[in-house]
Ligand binder design. Sequence first.
Ligand code: 13P
Ligand code: SF4
Length: 375
Amino acid sequence: MEAIRSIEYDRPQGLTCGIGEAWARVPDTPSLEEKRALKERIRALLEREQAVLVAHYYVDAELQELADETGGCVADSLEMARFGRDHAAKTLVVAGVRFMGETAKILSPDKRVLMPDLDATCSLDLGCPADEFSAFCDAHPDRTVVVYANTSAAVKARADWMVTSSIGLEIVADLHARGEKILWAPDRHLGSYIQKKTGADMLLWQGSCLVHDEFKGIELDLLRNEYSDAKILVHPESPEGVVKLADVVGSTTQLIDAAVKLDAQRFIVATDLGILHKMQIAAPGKTFIAAPTAGNSATCKSCAHCPWMAMNGLANLADVLERGHNEIHVDAAIGERARVPIDRMLDFAARHKRRVQASGDLAKDGSLFTHVGPA
Ligand code: 13P
Ligand code: SF4
């Protein structure tokens, strides 16, 4: 029987925070025999439905393997958006969380977008309701509104720019160079990391990711002393004390690239542990150690795995393909408005990549990690 897991997360209201309550549905783990049968069924259904599987690095290894083996993709949120938009398939099946499915639908309104579980959400999305966010924007009309991808379609519709962790720093640096003041939402850690790196004037919404918020700087420092040869890879949704110990700060794809390209055998990884599957394949023979999520005084240790990413399973994936349910719908007017900041980001990212490639700086070619060195 699948179980319901209750979840507490930071629930910001403008610039203050309280506790929010949410839940995630934990799917059953199929036996090995069931897994084999489900994978076969999914392969056949993807073909029957002319569908392609677009997965994030945080979902189960089996789903990632299926996406790779069937011509789909496993990627960070920026590449997922681009891949879905550019693929010829009539149906996109997004294995990830809801904002990823909505972004796919906004970019491809004529495609059918399905998700294994439509209730797979994100604490950043939950912590930034469109009406409260809109009031926040209304109170600061002089600021350019930049939102992280981990938001609802309605929040994106209120924004001038959408960014992901792989290009947010470059976009804000560019806006800052043009003299623009920024209103940023919802992730406070990513926002303050970008603010410090760029020196931009940024007003920050106070959201956080409940997975990355759990990484602990003091304990990471102790672990680093134990493994002095290890490089530290950190996703910028992590707290400042963790980011400042990083050798590389970057999106999920950028962290995997760093694991491959850096001349080290051992890495300490501060992001969702789902990423280790791809890291081990991309950098065989290297060792990956999970960054600590508990302090000496903490009573419990977080599992460093997103409860909503974990809602994607083989059984519910097969089921949506079979029955065609769990389709993402985005209101046409909201979708049209939300597409503007997403397209701006994709155009900027393409220009940025061309610029960096032309400059011959291969360490910054847009597919590689860009934020090397401590914050
Ligand atoms: P990426 O864009 O780096 O894949 O991050 C998405 C996310 O939700 C991380 O928690
Ligand atoms: Fe959201 Fe964090 Fe889960 Fe990413 S890992 S989807 S930011 S809750």
